[in-house]
Write a protein that binds this ligand. Structure first.
Ligand SMILES: [Zn+2]
Ligand SMILES: [Zn+2]
Length: 294
């Protein structure tokens, strides 16, 4: 059963309209497609949806649900940023939106010296005006990593995992997005060693925090689809630890374009099997259930 709960569109930083994404998903044989635009933040950015667009977003998704029923169920979700000290999925900003599910994600950490968000945190020239995005483009990342972390990759990875752990503990969402996104700009292990005791220990605090929460962890192929990583998030060893703790998983494309919907799904399936999973969790219009891996 093909499902995907991590879909972007022109409502945020996706390249296609929601209608084009839905059409492509149905043609590819998906049973359930969930949209997850980057949720509006309390301040403006280039890649998050503006709060004013939320009613139109919901209307569009509900209309696509009608168009594609019964062949494919279309669900409305949001990918909500956890930003330490500013906002997170638990703050209830979208409680009355009528969403079917939410993804909680950490993209930003708040190192000392990084600009703090404000109501006007938006620079049309594209310069980040708050915090530090661990998944920034390589060029931006290099500059900001040097400015805020002075080459100290271990501090950055610790800040990242601390934020992920806090996001999990505060809860208020269904699916945890790209749990180890901090790997994205660490392709050659140039910032920190992913096989080090320090990295493992930092990640394990988050892994342990997931046990018993009911949060689903996504196996995310978006980094691979965009040529940023050689394997899905999470790394196999993390997935094995999650399996040992009974944490449920789903497979998500983090699609920003139609061609991402099925990209590297075979790799994600293999990873799930290698970690010992035989079931994935599905969020349907009437709740959750488990299905065998495709
Ligand atoms: Zn994300
Ligand atoms: Zn995403």
């Amino acid at each position: 059963m093909l499902t995907n709960y991590h879909t972007h569109s022109e409502y945020c930083d996706g390249t296609a309209t929601a209608a084009v994404m839905a059409e492509a998903a149905r043609k590819a044989g998906f049973s359930i497609l969930g949209f997850s635009s980057h949720a509006p933040l309390p301040f403006r950015t280039e890649w998050n949806m503006d709060i004013e667009a939320l009613p139109a977003y919901m209307k569009t998704i509900r209309s696509l649900a009608t168009t594609h029923a019964p062949a494919m169920r279309v669900l409305a979700g949001l990918e909500i940023d956890y930003i330490e000290g500013y906002c997170g999925p638990s703050d209830g900003r979208f409680k009355t939106t009528g969403l079917d599910y939410t993804i909680g994600s950490v993209h930003y950490v708040m190192p000392k010296g990084a600009p703090r968000p404000s109501a006007t945190s938006f620079d049309p020239k594209g310069e980040p005006t708050f915090g530090f995005g661990v998944d920034e483009s390589e060029a931006e990342f290099t500059v900001h990593f040097e400015a805020y972390y002075h080459g100290d990759g271990e501090s950055m990875m610790r800040d990242y995992w601390t934020a992920v752990t806090a996001c999990i503990r505060e809860g208020g969402f269904d699916i945890l997005g790209h749990i180890d996104l901090v790997r994205k700009n660490n392709r050659n292990q140039s910032l920190f060693r992913e096989d080090s005791e320090a990295y493992r220990a930092a990640a394990m605090v988050a892994v342990d925090a997931l046990k018993g929460t009911g949060i689903i962890v996504e196996i995310n192929t978006g980094g691979m689809a965009r040529g940023k990583t050689d394997s899905p998030y999470p790394a196999l060893w993390i997935l094995k630890e999650l399996k040992a703790r009974g944490v449920a998983v789903c497979i998500n494309a983090d699609a920003h374009a139609p061609e991402h919907l099925l990209a590297h799904r075979d790799t994600a399936l293999r990873l799930a099997k290698d970690a010992g999973y035989s079931l994935i969790t599905v969020i349907g219009p009437d709740g959750r259930f488990e299905v065998p891996l495709e």
